[in-house]
Ligand binder design. Structure first.
Ligand code: CA2
Length: 148
């Protein structure tokens, strides 16, 4: 049976492709989901793709991932920079987690430079747009096959 991974998206990412294309591109979240599913299939991974605008629901989804998924890919949106709750949830489930951002958060406003998720993630991929999700799937598949 293939391993399963959860790709989790935080606040406002449902707006992708509809506004601020100069910052976030024209790809929609549905496009990213489709591409992640295809990439997952190529890598032999089942992909569950979820979005929530609510911090508490994201915490619940991370808790529910324990025992159901082998790893997590997380774009926590703006909660990246504020949420100790999401950081603690990831620590508590002990699932390998890859942090993803469409934009290069380190080239943007100073308040985006700090990530609570980075403290508990295997690594961070940012600045490559929607392709970053596919890079994250590759990285997670590699880690699951041969954890460093
Ligand atoms: O670059 C990323 O992926 C971010 O996680 C996106 C977040 C931002 O707060 C993080 O600092 C970096 C914002 C997502 C908002 O997405 C929108 C998409 C279209 C229109 C408006 C917002």
């Amino acid at each position: 049976m293939p391993l399963s991974v959860l790709v989790l998206n935080g606040p406002n990412l449902n707006l992708l492709g509809t506004r601020q294309p100069e910052v976030y591109g024209t790809t929609t979240l549905a496009d990213i989901e489709r591409d992640c599913r295809a990439k997952g299939q190529a890598l032999g991974l089942d992909v569950e793709f979820r979005h929530s605008n609510s911090e508490g629901e994201l915490v619940d989804l991370i808790h529910d991932a324990r025992g159901r998924h082998a790893g997590l890919i997380l774009n926590a949106g703006a909660y990246t920079h504020t949420s100790i709750a999401l950081m603690d949830a990831i620590s508590s489930v002990e699932l390998p987690t890859v942090e993803v951002h469409l934009s290069n958060i380190h080239r943007r406003e100073p308040f985006r430079h700090h990530s609570y998720i980075a403290k508990v993630a295997l690594g961070q991929i940012c600045g490559f747009g929607a392709f970053g999700y596919l890079m994250a799937l590759e990285a997670l598949a590699h880690h699951l096959r041969s954890p460093a």
